[in-house]
Design a protein around this ligand. Structure first.
Ligand code: AMP
Length: 289
């Protein structure tokens, strides 16, 4: 039994997805050679490299058992599929934006029946319907930001990440419709089939351990035996630091713990202050707790 996995073949999610699988021990061969289909992990998985926009459909139709795509695209496709995991990368928001010089301050100021350009026509229509405004959606498949300046639309609904594309195109964000990031999704029949469900659970578990390790580091240090109370406070770890005897140092012990990347600077300084030596900070690829 091979599990078919649909992964984005290009765009913002493609590279991060290959990296995610690599960290989980699954090499996606052919991703860089523009292959359409390949095997991974000795045939346990069949990888389908497809457009992120098509993945919800492929998973719903059963062409793929599982897939990885953005929440924005899942919401637009509105297919009955199961979301298994938030993968944390590809973060962006779907927002309404107007030209800088527009008097519009909030979506309520957008006139009835205004023209809104978007490559998310369904989400756009339903968002404005929710505000009692039956706007005219101008469906585009790219370069949405230019439409207000060439007289095609009055406002746009587009993905925003850093906001620099909007700024460059003299557009101002007025409201966020939804927040998005990459998700692992599954076909409902596949999840209901015991054989495939077993494999899908293992895959979900493997990918979630990579997600859990993000932003974490492994810290090792030799610390004075008499300062263990302070060590516990400085590196509480997940379930307390691991303390180990050092063969040749009666007054020192080794302390190991998982720490947050953001706090490394402070943590290392505090350990040095209590006399720690041999401090090492290592990357973690997977965290299974
Ligand atoms: P930025 O200039 O960083 O705000 O990025 C905005 C541009 O990148 C827009 O053209 C978006 O369509 C695109 N974009 C931003 N984030 C994503 C994402 N997570 N997935 C796909 N496209 C994105």
């Amino acid at each position: 039994m091979t599990i078919r996995i649909a992964v984005p073949n290009k765009g913002r999610l493609a590279e991060a997805t290959v990296d995610l699988f690599a960290k989980a021990g699954i090499r996606l061969e052919g991703a860089s050679e523009r292959r359409l289909i390949s095997k991974a992990l000795d045939g346990r998985f069949t990888i389908l490299f497809v457009r992120a926009q098509d993945i919800a459909e492929f998973v719903d139709d059963g062409v793929a058992d599982v897939g990885i795509t953005g929440r924005d695209l899942l919401m637009e496709a509105s297919r009955p599929i199961d979301e298994l995991l938030d993968l944390g990368y590809g973060r962006c928001r779907l927002s309404v934006a107007v030209p800088n010089e527009s008097p519009v301050k909030s979506v309520r100021d957008i006139p009835k029946g205004a023209r809104i350009a978007s490559s998310f026509p369904k989400l756009t229509q339903s968002f404005f319907r929710g505000h009692g405004n039956d706007v005219r959606v101008v469906e585009v498949s790219g370069a949405t930001e230019i439409t207000p300046h060439i007289g095609v639309a009055d406002a746009i609904v587009d993905l925003v990440s850093s906001g620099s594309t909007l700024a460059m195109n003299h557009l101002r964000e007025v409201e966020v419709i939804l927040q998005s990031s990459a998700r692992l999704v599954a076909n409902r029949a596949a999840v209901a089939d015991p054989k495939r469900a077993y494999e899908i659970r293992d895959l979900t578990f493997a990918l979630s351990s990579v997600v859990a390790a993000r932003g974490k580091r492994y810290l090792m240090a030799n610390v004075p035996r008499g300062k263990l109370d302070q060590v516990r406070k400085i590196i509480p770890g997940i379930s307390g630091p691991t303390i180990m005897e050092l063969v040749s140092h009666g007054d020192m012990v080794a302390a190991h713990a998982v720490i947050d990347e953001g706090g490394i600077y402070e943590t290392v300084n505090q350990l040095k202050q209590i006399g720690a030596t041999g401090i090492l900070v290592l990357p973690i690829e997977r965290l299974v707790s």
